[in-house]
Design a protein around this ligand. Structure first.
Ligand code: SAM
Length: 208
């Protein structure tokens, strides 16, 4: 791949995510991209680099959402104490500091999805409202807390803000016990260190 991405996902998953991200922006062009769960910024760097290849400057916004702060991490049906703190936050800021179209929100997923819709953001001299018109979302990666409540809240929060042909990817979907029957139709992909659910708000899926 050339660049090394400091991600906890395997290279096979990152390669797939790069293709899914490109497909999302092909079928829902120009919208905002959001990553929930940033860790050291590895997957975010992959997406921001892809935006540089996909669009001329100024590129569409890429927002990351992660509270850090050594918050207990809901890995699924169990919690891991205080893993992600200052070291991860600093690593992410350093990895992503060259991209003017990137902004980090030091928030939990629940607060982001409930408070941010309709907030005014600026890009290239024009305002947009998150989730409306030019502020619609083309791509979401949900890779924060992996318990069923957070995953479903994220999907339900994102869908009304998205371009209908946009794409939501949920990592570690196998850990979200009990969500399977509750998810909209989706494609499933299993790699060495990731299990992804891929879905579109219009329920049509995407051709990879
Ligand atoms: C598995 S790591 C993300 C990995 C990253 N996407 C990558 O590929 O390297 C999970 C991240 O989710 C963050 N996190 C934990 N709870 C969260 C929440 N409620 N909302 C958003 N992010 C959360 C953690 O701080 C941690 O950085």
């Amino acid at each position: 791949m050339g660049v090394t991405y400091d991600s906890d996902m395997g290279e096979d998953a990152l390669e797939l995510l790069r293709r899914v991200f490109g497909a999302a922006h092909a079928q829902a062009p120009g919208g905002i991209s959001i990553e929930v769960g940033t860790r050291r910024g590895g997957s975010a760097l992959l997406f921001l680099t892809a935006l540089e290849e996909l669009y001329p400057d100024p590129r569409p916004l890429f927002l990351t959402v992660d509270p850090y702060g050594n918050k207990p991490y809901l890995a699924g049906s169990y919690a891991i104490e205080g893993t992600y703190g200052a070291a991860e936050y600093l690593a992410a800021k350093s990895a992503l500091d060259a991209f003017p179209n990137h902004a980090h929100f030091l928030l939990e997923d629940h607060d982001f999805w409930s408070r941010m819709p309709g907030v005014r953001l600026w890009s290239a001299g024009r305002p947009m409202l998150l989730g409306q018109g030019e502020g619609r979302i083309s791509f979401v990666l949900l890779d924060g807390d992996h318990d069923a409540v957070s995953v479903l809240f994220g999907i339900k929060g994102a869908i009304p803000l998205m371009h209908p042909r946009g794409v939501i990817v949920v990592d570690n979907i196998d850990k979200a016990t009990g969500v399977d029957g509750l998810l909209p139709p989706h494609q499933r992909w299993r790699g060495r260190e990731a299990e992804l659910a891929i879905l579109t708000p219009d329920r049509q899926g995407l051709a990879l």
